[in-house]
Design a protein around this ligand. Structure first.
Ligand code: ATP
Ligand code: MG
Length: 335
């Protein structure tokens, strides 16, 4: 593709940002920045910033500029996008790219305008926004251009977004803030209550990924962690098992099911019968939690399946969306 017609899809997620062009993933980095507090200046981003987490003096703050999928720190997000775009297009930026960038379903016009402005300020030539579930559905090739019903659930870090799509648009959808980070918080609370130990979010996330599951497993795994004793403040180990993580995760998992149920309740019956035939697509990093497909299948009464590209589909779909933007025009969020 010639350099002057670059068209990028950007999945700007709470936890991870992915840039795609065509079917190619150009960049995949944690949505984390390191800021010099006094000047509010970004000094690192992505993996480099994440690796600084918990290892910096007070003068530097390591944070996520997006909360629940929406921009919490405008200037920092603009700088982050600037660096991202520079990294994929080269430092000269003679030919500014056309980008399509994701926003969660249901954001306010102020929130979506902030993303639009930030992407323009970051050096894009033209900026289009797309709701994350629509981008994800495009990225997994669901036949959403037809009048048939398709359902997708995006299990992200800051948001769970469930949507029914037809005719290139969202028919019914809902966004909940109960997602990956809430699962981590549930593990933190469990370990504190049961073992009197304080652990951080990264440790909780590791437990979830390494030994966690949505339902009890035949194969038990275990993992030793180091926590800080709630009373003495001293380090102390504990050994956690799969069953314990399953128990810890139940409350937020029920909330995720309820979000998806509410979407189905609002969906016209003609589309429901299509969804029963086709099943519910699961994507996002949270879809990698062991047996979450079985858990949702049981909870919804409709087969749920993990897509082939759960982590990258949203960026790939946005990259496709920017190419077919005319066909999507009526269904994209206004700015
Ligand atoms: N194997 C795994 N098991 C369980 N959870 C996982 C696994 N791998 C990643 N995750 C979780 O997936 C989440 C990140 O997913 P993703 O990158 O799709 O989120 P995001 O797009 O940045 O967030 P959002 O869409 O909510 O803004 C994190 O909470 C992470 O802990
Ligand atoms: Mg996401």
């Amino acid at each position: 593709m010639p350099a002057f017609s670059r068209e990028l899809g950007i999945d700007l997620g709470t936890m991870n940002t992915i840039v795609a062009e065509g079917k190619q993933i150009l960049l995949q980095e944690p949505t984390v920045v390191a800021i010099v507090v006094e000047e509010q200046k970004m000094v690192e981003w992505g993996r480099a910033a994440r690796d600084m987490y918990g290892r910096v003096p007070d003068s530097i703050e390591v944070t996520r500029p997006l909360h629940f999928g929406v921009i919490a720190d405008y200037e920092i997000t603009e700088n982050l996008l600037k660096d991202l775009i520079k990294k994929v297009t080269g430092p000269m930026m003679i030919f500014r790219p056309r980008v399509m960038i994701t926003v969660p379903y249901g954001v306010t016009s102020v929130e979506s305008r902030a993303v639009h402005e930030a992407a323009l300020g970051a050096g894009s030539r033209e900026v289009y926004l797309i709701q994350q579930p629509l981008a994800a559905a495009l990225g997994v090739d669901l036949p959403i251009g037809t009048p048939s019903g398709n359902m997708i659930i995006c299990l992200g870090g800051g948001t769970t977004q469930a949507a029914v799509l037809a005719m290139n648009g969202i028919v019914t959808a809902e966004t909940s803030r109960t997602a990956g980070l809430k699962l981590d918080e549930a593990i933190i609370a469990y370990v504190r209550k049961k073992y009197g130990l304080i652990i951080g979010q990264p440790t909780a996330e590791l437990l979830k990924i390494k030994i966690g599951a949505a339902i009890p497993q035949d194969e038990q795994k275990s993992m030793e962690i180091q926590g800080q004793d709630q009373v003495t403040g001293l380090p102390r180990p504990a050994n956690l098992t799969t069953d314990e993580i399953v128990e810890a995760l139940q409350d937020p998992l029920v909330e995720m099911i309820n979000t998806s149920r509410r979407v189905l309740e609002k969906t016209p019956p003609e589309l429901i019968s299509d969804i029963i035939d086709r099943g519910v697509a699961l994507c996002g990093g949270g879809a990698l939690l062991r047996s979450i497909d079985k858990y949702l299948t049981k909870g919804l009464g409709i087969p749920a399946y993990l897509v082939d590209n759960p982590v990258t589909c949203t960026a790939e779909g946005a990259a496709r969306g920017v190419v077919i933007r005319e066909a999507l025009r009526r269904n994209l969020p206004p700015v």
